[in-house]
Design a binder for this molecule. Sequence first.
Ligand code: KG4
Ligand code: ZN
Length: 331
Amino acid sequence: QRPSIILGIESSCDESAAAIYGESGLMAHALHSQVALHADYGGVVPELASRDHIRKLLPLIERVRAEAGNPELTGIAYTRGPGLMGALLVGASVAAGFGMSLDVPVLGVHHMEGHLLSPLLEDEPPAFPYVALLVSGGHTLLVAVEGLGRYRLLGRSVDDAVGEAFDKTAKILDLGYPGGPALAALATSGDPAAHDFPRPMLARPGLDFSFSGLKTAVMLAVKNGERSPQADADIAASFQQAVVDTLVAKCARAIEATGMQRLVVAGGVGANQALRAALIERGARDGFSVSFPRQAFCTDNAAMIALTGYLRRSEFRRGIAGAEAVARWPL
Ligand code: KG4
Ligand code: ZN
């Protein structure tokens, strides 16, 4: 049997990406972000996203194949869902077409599973089991990862995702889209204690999150106060502090509830420096380790899809190359 070499394809939202994963690990990865394409609209425009995936996926795939030394692929893994239907269908169709032309089997994988496993892309990967905090523009999840395919949902946001809260707050402060990184940058020059914003759902037991009330509190603070660069920075810092406090407290609670000793953080908000520092500090205090995939693997990427396909390589089946996609897909 030939060693497995898996091509991964990601197109669930606004990043087109391709990667190749084999026995020696990640062999190549490439990505095109559509952020600039959607910036003028203040959010992802699904139709534009699909069209851009069509333009970008094939060149990205050619690039990673060349970078990896044109290895003979043994399988193609693509993001089957969840995500934007039209965008997913582009990746699914490309995967099915490649599968047919190269005569290799195709497997549709779960985007969130990719995120949950993304820490395994690093040189010193965490061992199972671990608690994963998944914080992106679309998701806020706490998941107990007991092993491959053994995921237990511990908590989730009942309204806005954390990244969404960052982006909406940034919009209130006129920081553009997606405003999360700009808001985090502005927060560094503000006073995190200037406003006592709510720490949603912290007083109650449980591991769910809610961020829409926090956004409203920010809106009121902006409306009722004087606008100035310093005032905006204070609001940004106080908002970020409220989010960080909430996430850290729930992560610590999840660690305690599961008895696990490792926390991994994935998703775009995992890039937030204040969150990283606070989680590491809490981990040192409570006795759990904290690991983060590098920033490129925190956000959407195909390396995590190729990796997931590789770990599930026994599930590839010949002949099932239907270009299947699902917008909603529970983990
Ligand atoms: O995982 P991701 O790239 O895309 C998906 O949502 O799938 O996450 C993007 C989100 C955006 O909401 C963005 O504003 C947020 O992550 N984000 C940040 C930071 N960098 C990205 N939020 C806070 N601080 C950051 N440094
Ligand atoms: Zn994602």
